[in-house]
Design a protein around this ligand. Structure first.
Ligand SMILES: Cc1cc2nc3c(=O)[nH]c(=O)nc-3n(C[C@H](O)[C@H](O)[C@H](O)COP(=O)(O)OP(=O)(O)OC[C@H]3O[C@@H](n4cnc5c(N)ncnc54)[C@H](O)[C@@H]3O)c2cc1C
Length: 373
């Protein structure tokens, strides 16, 4: 039975992205990973196709099509998919929602064409899950703000033209003291560190960011007045979680397909290993987990107000991707341990899905709090 949300237009869009992934992304993914090379050309092609605009009214205005985009891209290269997801969602959303007409014309519109890169900088060396503990401060400075602090794990920071920076306007207030600021590349006092060598999603670049007396005008405080950053972040959190679920589906599909193909061609004891019940049952469990994750992710996407469902979707899809990638490496036997085959890449990439958008431990707390209220 087909899913009601998969309209003809969306299916056509998914097919176009899938074709691009099969022709151009999947064949390049191994080398991009090995060389930890930013997928500049592929990113430019995604932009040229107009796909960076898909979730905004300026494009198709379709949040489900956006999920289909990142799911298909992640099937080819999680690093590319993470780069695109950052640009389409967290890197540009606050500018779109709160930016001035001038900021949007100069930064947001070019970002939809891939001419400018936007990122979000929340995490700090001492604060990830516990965002209320960030130490970057924004102090009122004439008619603007002065920002001081350090960020880490910032996706696309090395490529960024503008940053949405989380900083405390009220350091005593915890999460409610956070505000979001637009900071542009080249602002005196702003510097980006080297890309952090990573276990997975290695062709996306993730780096530290330093703010040392960075001055921005008052118009760069998103929301116009201090005290609204926490609310702005919460408004997009569920979508970030569902999006990470869609990335997980892409990695799961790639791993399952590669496990199935290997099981069909590898022989042991006189027959393809696919004929052993132990291997068949692995494939059955993997396929069932993937279908369940898929249902949950797209159901959560269709229920944007349901934060619990979004947390469940991210938790289940990311944990499932890790199980599927693990089983795939087992099906490959020793070759699952060899860098020559893709199985190890899916296994490494799947780990990334456990952190962004909330760790599994945090998500279980969120879900438990909701169902025991
Ligand atoms: C590849 C990559 C890209 C990233 N990109 C970005 C980005 O672009 N922008 C950005 O701002 N951040 C980014 N991040 C950071 C990411 O959002 C954080 O890693 C995440 O929020 C978790 O924070 P942490 O790593 O500091 O872990 P911590 O919060 O230090 O957690 C460590 C461990 O303690 C557990 N824990 C923490 N609190 C609790 C609790 N209350 N109950 C139970 N267990 C708990 C966690 O689940 C985890 O197991 C990225 C991370 C990675 C790996």
């Amino acid at each position: 039975m087909s899913d009601a949300w998969m309209t003809e237009e969306r299916e056509e869009f998914r097919r176009a992205v899938a074709g691009f992934v099969d022709r151009e992304v999947a064949p390049a993914a191994k080398a991009l990973d090995e060389e930890e090379r930013f997928p500049q050309e592929l990113f430019a092609k995604v932009a040229k196709n107009g796909w960076l605009a898909v979730r905004y009214p300026e494009g198709a205005g379709d949040g489900i099509a956006f999920l289909l985009l990142v799911e298909e891209l992640a099937r080819g290269s999680l690093g590319l998919a993470a780069t695109v997801a950052m640009q389409c969602l967290m890197g540009t959303d606050f500018l779109h929602r709160c930016g001035t007409a001038e900021q949007k014309k100069r930064l947001f519109e070019p970002a939809l064409r891939g001419e400018k890169v936007g990122v979000i900088a929340m995490t700090e060396p001492n604060a990830g899950s516990d965002l209320g503990a960030i130490r970057t401060v924004a102090a009122s400075d004439g008619d603007g703000w002065r920002l001081d602090g350090a960020k880490t794990w910032i996706t696309n920071a090395t490529r960024a033209d503008f940053f949405t920076v989380a900083a405390k306007t009220d350091p005593a207030a915890g999460f409610d003291g956070i505000d979001l600021f637009l900071v542009e590349k080249g602002t005196p006092g702003l510097s980006v560190g080297k890309a952090i060598p990573k276990l997975g999603a290695r062709c996306s670049e993730t780096a530290e960011l330093f703010l040392d007396g960075v001055r921005v005008p008052g118009a760069n405080l998103f929301g116009g007045k201090p005290g609204g950053g926490g609310k702005l972040l919460k408004a997009v959190l569920s979508e970030i979680r569902v999006m990470t679920g869609a990335l997980s589906l892409g990695v799961s599909r790639a791993a399952l397909e590669s496990g199935k193909a290997y099981a069909a061609q590898r022989n042991a004891f006189g027959k393809p290993i696919r004929d052993f019940q132990a291997i068949r049952h692995k494939l059955a469990e993997m396929a069932t987990g993937l279908e369940a994750a898929r249902s949950l992710v797209y159901r959560a996407a269709g229920s944007p107000g349901d934060a619990t469902l979004a947390a469940m979707a991210k938790l289940f899809a990311s944990e499932t991707a890790n199980r599927i990638a693990d089983e795939t490496t087992r099906i490959f036997g020793a070759y699952g341990f060899a860098m020559e085959y893709d199985a190890q890449r899916f296994f490494r990439d799947a780990r990334f899905l456990l952190y962004g958008g909330g760790t599994s431990e945090i998500l279980r707390d969120v879900i438990a709090a909701a169902i025991t209220r």
